[in-house]
Design a protein around this ligand. Structure first.
Ligand SMILES: [Zn+2]
Length: 109
């Protein structure tokens, strides 16, 4: 099992940021899972500081079909025993993993 982190918009660069983390065995499967559960739109509750209710509504919109494997920016190996995760670094990681938390060892995918 792996954990895939998606980054699809950066609020450091623009007004909206969007990220998601999905547990799956493959990147393709993670994309399918995110596409399947992503709503087309989602209302955002204005902060309580809008006391007069002058902000009528805030909606965000998503295009699930546009999410691709290229939107995965980080991939983690997940310990099968305690579910602690660890960032994969493809150039240095050996095929086997040892959990830093529970010391369980397993072979990564
Ligand atoms: Zn562990």
């Amino acid at each position: 099992m792996k954990r895939y982190h998606f980054s699809l918009g950066d609020s450091n660069d623009g007004p909206v940021g969007f990220c998601a983390a999905v547990f799956a065995d493959t990147k393709k499967q993670a994309v399918e899972k995110l596409r399947a559960i992503l709503p087309d739109e989602q209302a955002v509750e204005p902060l309580d500081s809008d006391e007069d209710g002058e902000v009528e509504y805030i909606n965000t919109y998503f295009n699930p079909d546009a999410v691709t494997e290229a939107d995965v920016d980080k991939e983690y190996e997940v310990c099968p025993t305690c579910h602690e995760d660890r960032l994969r670094t493809f150039d240095t990681d050996p095929p086997g993993y040892e959990c830093g938390n529970c010391k369980h060892t397993w072979v990564g995918g």
